[in-house]
Design a protein around this ligand. Structure first.
Ligand code: SF4
Length: 378
């Protein structure tokens, strides 16, 4: 696969003189498979500033989680990782495991996707949080450790923390387990906190509470947060900037307002147009992005989104990979025709013209699925 160099004329956060807190430059991750090389992450560059929340959004398989694992050096040895991950100017990708260990969980920490699997079922929640502290503070006293665990549980809003600390993960609700995971990840007040789908599988009320906890923690610790999610609604309320990923590549990067009110990439626009609206007409069919995300072994030529893009134009779109380029002050888009989208309302976003084929495939894969006919009344 050939890739044009990324044109980062104005990487937000990179222009203040000193080294940014976290800078990812040209990060690519490839895995071997029987079918061929899997290009999970392809030439990613972005910056996270002090006390900033960057939301990373994309469908499953867009490379969000692999990016976070690569930053933390948690990928298996079989993964081929290239590029740079600079934490205050220090490249984490070149560090040996023994040099990385003191930073992981201390300077840069992660809240994992599934708290039930991430927590060990045979140890109490308190002892697991305590362990996260002891790894980096070997000489901490027993009573000081106990107090710190209780304090952390209190910070993340767990009621009766002294009692809860002695309970096991299965005695916690889903929301409380996720809070316990957050408590563990902030135990050493890291500079960067990566939260990978922290609200998936939680109902909306609990989702809001978990996001509120993250915001509160950021105010208290001044940490920067990378919030990884497939849900645009989650980043809308908490992120400062948003990066949209597609097929392991950056599609668009901008402030929350730029991404939500002036998106300049057809994929971002398709995602936004497909959100249900409270003021939508009764029976109105939701906008959809037709087709499926591509196999990361056989990434389409040119723009990876072109087989699904309603604005694709033969020639540039299927032959030339669009560079990620500045389309505004700090607003970046990887679309050849980004400028044509300026001022075009989301409601006017077309769908790619292949729905019948997609419906047939969906019906074949999901026996029993009844597709609504165009004429069907609600
Ligand atoms: Fe669509 Fe072409 Fe833009 Fe890709 S480059 S998003 S295919 S218009």
């Amino acid at each position: 696969m050939t890739a044009d160099p990324i044109e980062l004329e104005a990487t937000p956060g990179a222009a203040h003189g000193s080294a940014p807190l976290l800078e990812v430059r040209g990060l690519s991750v490839t895995f071997k498979s029987d079918e061929g090389a899997v290009h999970a992450v392809d030439d990613l560059s972005f910056v996270v500033d002090e006390n900033e929340t960057l939301g990373i959004v994309g469908e499953s398989g867009s490379g969000k989680s692999v990016t976070s694992m690569a930053i933390l050096g948690l990928l298996p040895k079989s993964a081929q990782v290239t590029g740079e991950v600079l934490l205050r100017g220090r490249n984490l990708l070149t560090l040996r495991e023994r040099d990385l260990q003191p930073l992981r969980g201390n300077k840069i920490a992660m809240v994992f996707q599934d708290a039930l699997t991430a927590l060990n079922p045979v140890f109490t929640v308190g002892s697991q949080i305590g362990e996260a502290i002891k790894v980096h503070h070997h000489d901490i006293g027993k009573s000081q450790l106990h107090d710190r665990v209780i304090e952390l549980l209190e910070v993340v809003g767990i009621p009766n923390p002294a009692h809860r600390a002695n309970q096991y993960p299965h005695e916690f609700s889903g929301g409380m387990r996720q809070r316990a995971m957050i408590a563990m990840s902030i135990a050493n007040e890291p500079d960067v906190l990566i939260a990978d789908e922290p609200t998936t599988a939680l109902d909306v009320t609990i989702q809001a509470q978990v996001l509120e906890v993250l915001e509160r923690i950021q105010e208290r610790t001044r940490s920067s947060i990378i919030l990884i999610t497939h849900d645009l609604g989650v980043v809308a309320g908490v992120a400062d900037r948003v990066m949209v990923m597609y097929a392991g590549r950056q599609a668009e990067l901008g402030t929350v307002d730029e991404i939500f009110y002036e998106p300049l990439h057809p994929y971002t626009r398709g995602l936004l147009a497909s959100l249900p609206r409270v003021d939508g007409a009764r029976g109105e069919r939701l906008h959809r992005i037709v087709g499926q995300p591509p196999s990361l072994v056989f990434v389409p030529s040119g723009c990876a989104f072109h087989p699904r893009c309603p604005r694709a134009q033969p020639g540039p779109c299927d032959h030339e990979r669009p560079a990620l380029r500045a389309v505004g002050d700090g607003h970046l888009s990887a679309c050849h025709f980004a400028e044509d989208l300026v001022g075009v309302p989301i409601e006017e976003e077309p769908e790619a013209p292949v729905p019948e084929l997609v419906d047939e495939v969906a019906a074949a894969e999901l026996p029993g699925l009844e597709l609504p006919s165009e004429e069907a009344s609600p």
